[in-house]
Structures are given as C-alpha cells and as structure tokens.
Write a new protein. Sequence first.
Length: 128
Amino acid sequence: MRLLHTMIRTGDLDRSIDFYTKVLGMRLLRRNDYPEGKFTLAFVGYGDERDNTVIELTYNWGIDHYDLGAGFGHLAIEVTDAAESCAEIKRRGGTVTREAGPMKGGTTVIAFVTDPDGYKIELIERKH
C-alpha cells in the first residue's frame, strides 16, 4: 500500500493551479472535467503519480468558497532551506504566515504558507 493523493476543494481552480505550480513549483499532472457530475479535478505534484504522492484539487462548479473547518491541519513539503523557500514563495506572490524557525519545543526548522483558499502548507527543512 501507499498514499496516492490528498484531495482539497478549491473555489477557483485556475488560481489554485497557478499557486501550486508557479509559487510552490509543482507540475500540473492532469486535469479532467466531469460535466455530468459538475466538477473538475486537477492533480499537481513534484513527480509522476506512479512514484509520488500528489494533491488532487477539486473544483465543484459554481461553488467559490468553502469553510475550512477545524479538523484539517496542513499539507507538508520537505525543503532544503526553509528561509530561502519562504523568500522565493514571497517573491512569487505567495503568503508566508510563519517565517522559518525552530518548531515549538524542538529543533526542526519549519515555516508555514497559505494557499489561495486558506489551506496551510508546512515547509519542513531537510535535516543535513
């Protein structure tokens, strides 16, 4: 068994695809419309779905906003340097909500960014 993808809903699919590809550097792997179901799915990631876990962006036609709720935490991405990643994300128009630094009570360097729909993405600095 392996984890295939995480699905999140988006109110504006093109805006979300732009964020994940242009700001976070992922690739759009596939995008399909389902007219009978009135939704579109787009899959983004850093590598092919056969070998990597990816994100499924779901756009339900006509819905432009979701309440995120308190149950979902965040997505996590490993980075080489969290501070450099934050600077690059800001340069690309992304929003950093917690600058790079040690996690509370630990030494692992983390940061947080928020996608256009308000989902949190944790950047975890790779330990050398």
